[in-house]
Design a protein around this ligand. Structure first.
Ligand SMILES: NC(=O)c1ccc[n+]([C@@H]2O[C@H](COP(=O)([O-])OP(=O)(O)OC[C@H]3O[C@@H](n4cnc5c(N)ncnc54)[C@H](O)[C@@H]3O)[C@@H](O)[C@H]2O)c1
Length: 335
């Protein structure tokens, strides 16, 4: 069988160090992938004058699977977020962000297991109708939800719940105020839920969801929601398991998938060997599961869990005093 080629974007800031860590671990676990390295973000801007060069888009399309480090979008006019562009360009409509407790992390809870399924291309982040009046006194943006988009994401969430033997899907919305957009999302979510009678369907308003996630997170299993709410809720969920260093995300479409950490390029700690690579390692585990390599995925997850539990060479955010490279070695030794 031909080897799977993975497109790799090492990214900006802490990106290269955490991506290198994940790939060293994949290799040590016996994965025989070919890797095609391409640039995006600041690294690409410096080399080619473009944030997202055409060769990068071609490689993502050709290889279908991409492992990506965080990218810095320069602040200022004329720069559209590269992540938003990638999601729209490849129709990566589902953003799957699981959080699971690891023993040994500094977190409020020790039994969290929640997957946020975030609609990834519509809603407030669709980039439609962004206008600032000439005198700068007024600004507008448009939110658009389609029945097709809502149906696709909610169906994706229920099918994921079915596949993973999960019991409940909660649709998160603000239909009481955002009657048109969130209203359509909720209507479609109810319809889709009826097609999956074996899974409990729940619905909850987004503000109450935030409060309940903090106070009674055991109420949640799979959460499905629109783009903006999903972005915020998934960071809140990351906070339940020890922070952004522990949260991976998969962007899934019909013809391409991009696996990444939820966090950004962390310029404050870049180049200091301080970054916790766990979120990108967990993203590579999501990638293995997507490729039906569950056994290898479990092997790596167990090794990471053991390092964190024992506190052997953990990074500062995990309570240790070691760097990215030491942490990586500790995981590799357990493989
Ligand atoms: N997916 C992406 O590519 C992505 C996502 C979010 C932000 N960004 C970009 O990242 C840049 C920086 O954004 P920011 O500072 O607001 O958010 P950030 O997520 O980069 O950092 C927030 C805080 O968390 C810490 N942190 C993040 N990841 C960590 C890790 N792996 N280990 C230890 N500590 C970690 C940082 O040191 C910082 O204190 C911006 O240019 C933003 O646009 C990119």
């Amino acid at each position: 069988m031909a080897k799977q080629t993975i497109t790799v974007i090492r990214g900006d800031g802490i990106g290269p160090s955490i991506i290198d860590s994940a790939i060293e671990i994949l290799n040590a676990a016996g994965c025989e992938f070919d890797y095609e390295y391409v640039d995006a973000g600041l690294a690409a801007l410096e080399k080619t004058g473009e944030l997202l060069p055409p060769e990068t888009l071609e490689a993502i399309e050709r290889n279908k699977i991409t492992l990506k480090g965080p990218l810095t979008t320069p602040v200022g006019e004329g720069f559209t977020s590269i992540n938003v562009t990638l999601r729209k360009h490849f129709g990566l409509y589902a953003n799957v962000r699981p959080v699971k407790s690891f023993e040994g992390t500094k977190a409020r809870y020790d039994d969290i297991d929640i997957i946020t399924v975030r609609e990834n291309t519509q809603g407030m982040y669709s980039g439609l109708g962004q206008v600032v009046s000439e005198d700068g006194s007024e600004a507008e943006a448009m939110s658009k939800i389609t029945r097709e988009g809502a149906e696709k994401i909610v169906t994706f969430a229920y099918e994921l719940a079915q596949r993973e033997g999960r019991k409940k899907v909660t649709a998160v919305h603000k239909a009481n105020i955002l009657k048109s957009t969130s209203g359509l999302f909720l209507k479609v979510a109810r319809e889709v839920g009826e097609r999956f009678p074996e899974i409990e369907s729940a619905e909850m308003i987004v503000d109450a969801t935030c409060m309940k996630l903090v106070m009674t997170p055991e109420e949640f299993d799979v959460v499905v929601t629109t783009n903006l709410f999903g972005d915020i809720i998934s960071d809140l969920c990351a906070g339940l398991v020890g922070g952004l260093g522990m949260a991976p995300g998969a962007n899934i479409g019909e013809n391409a998938a991009i696996f990444e950490a939820v966090h950004g390029s962390a310029p404050d700690i870049a180049g200091k060997n301080l970054a916790n690579p766990t979120s990108v390692i967990l993203a590579s585990i999501q990638m293995l599961e997507y490729l039906d390599m569950g056994e290898t995925a479990d092997k790596i997850r167990n090794a990471v869990a053991d390092v964190i539990k024992s506190g052997d060479r953990t990074t500062r955010d995990l309570g240790g005093n070691h760097g990215t490279t030491d942490f990586t070695q500790a995981v590799i030794e357990r493989l």
